[in-house]
Design a binder for this molecule. Sequence first.
Ligand code: C2O
Length: 554
Amino acid sequence: MELEEKQGSRRWEGHLDWRNMAALRGRHDGMLPASFVLVLFAAATATSFSYNPFASAEPVGPDVEGCNKPTLPSGAKPTTCCPPNLEKKEPIDYVIPNYQTLRIRKPAHDYDDLEKYKKALNIMKSLPDDHPHSWTQQSRIHCAYCSNSYHQHGHTDIAMQVHFSWIFLPFHRWLLYFYERILGKLIDDPNFAIPFWNWDAPEGMELPSIFTDKSSPLYNALRNQNHQPPTLVDLNWNVKNVNTSGDTSGDVKANLATMYRQVYEVKKAICFYGRSFRAGDKPYTIKTGSGSIELVPHNIVHSWTGDKTQPNLEDMGAFYAAARDPIFYSHHANVDRMWTIWKSFGREDITDPDYQNASYVFYDENLNLVRVKNSDAFDIKKLGYDYKQLDLPWLKAKPMPRRSKNQRQQRRVKTLDLPFTLKDKIVSTVVKRPRINRNQTEKDEKEESLVFSIQFDRSKHLKFDVLINEEEDYKWANPKYRELAGSFVSVSHGAQTSSDVGATETTFLIGITDLLDQLDVDDEDSIVITLVPQYGDEVIIKDINISFEECKSQ
Ligand code: C2O
């Protein structure tokens, strides 16, 4: 490791003129420094990915040979997302260095490495666009994986998409990992750690001030001007509301309740991470579906931060552009931290080999094109970092019923004819429950899940809320209250063709076991679902049902 570090810093000279790297590498065929041979050897002999023959399909991964022009939402300026292909190198399997010290990621509102971060970013921003470590490349790599730019290895007609499924968390973990390693390399500090935006605690519930200094490389002009500090972030933000005029403003209690609902209360991995995504799966079908953490607060914070005057809330509010804003990396560091926190609750994980072995390709800090897989990212200490331990005030912020069972008025609600187009009117329907009064063991084993099959236009923003057994005259979904079961939120991203735009399908899952207990209705054989459109165009609700299988870990 020692050797590699030294070799690494010598190689760093290549950052100033990375094209020399190619020449340098060429020469290696003749005479190689001993340490360099060691490193390459280790990489080449690393376990190649073993695919489990019993898996029902194959793990998904990008076809890095065939990077395409991205498809962008309308109004977006043309851009490319493909990384430079250094000497047309084949990716090598990544070997995680043996880290001796942990890089500790701290909250952005209490970050003591700001000068280092600024220095590293200034260097990164001064690199030529086609340098694999340049700032431009950092944003492009995210775009390549979510805008129909990369397609799937072995299925080159199908887009690689890192949102809407169980690869969402591991992909973004790797993205941040290399971003951080590259920044550390640029300032020759292997212990450099990026800050996280602590939006889950009152101290962090505003745009952190390190990002708002106009003279700093952490600044970005394309952000919502109404959301500058000290405006509170609203983890349930509605771009525009059909019920009230204007903006909703953040509310600490509502935000904490939202965290409780979206993180602590989601017991099963599929419902927290997202549904399966395997090689050959199309990204926008009812087989896929985002986990609770991706929908809220992840998607919400993207839209809340983005600039309302831009066609698609760029930068943060549109996936192709989001990583152009330095706050993207701190936002995702907190999403990543939520994953580690969720795991610390001791819940069952996903062991499916197609989840474990899904893979991605990145440039590492030594300019190697490397392939990494999900299972190598499960232990952040193995990746050499950790998060500063902080209080989690939302653990005590369980949402409570707005009305007790006795206070609630009985409603007569008809079953909606499906498919139903939800547009700007609030609607209610009755959903039958296949089972009532399960015992605690059954409840712990299987989550009662509300399952929506929906179709919408992914190039636009969309949000609708789901209320359970709420009263007719009550029009406002308040996250503090238990009656709000969850929200579907989509962040704008490109569609392949105009006919494909409106045809994005997905499954939206909400676990409701605890919720029904809390509303004291576990003995009732049906529930009333109220759908509250908050913004965006129409969404077609194709099916609503209750299942005990959907949230399962396998
Ligand atoms: Cu890949 Cu927060 O998006």
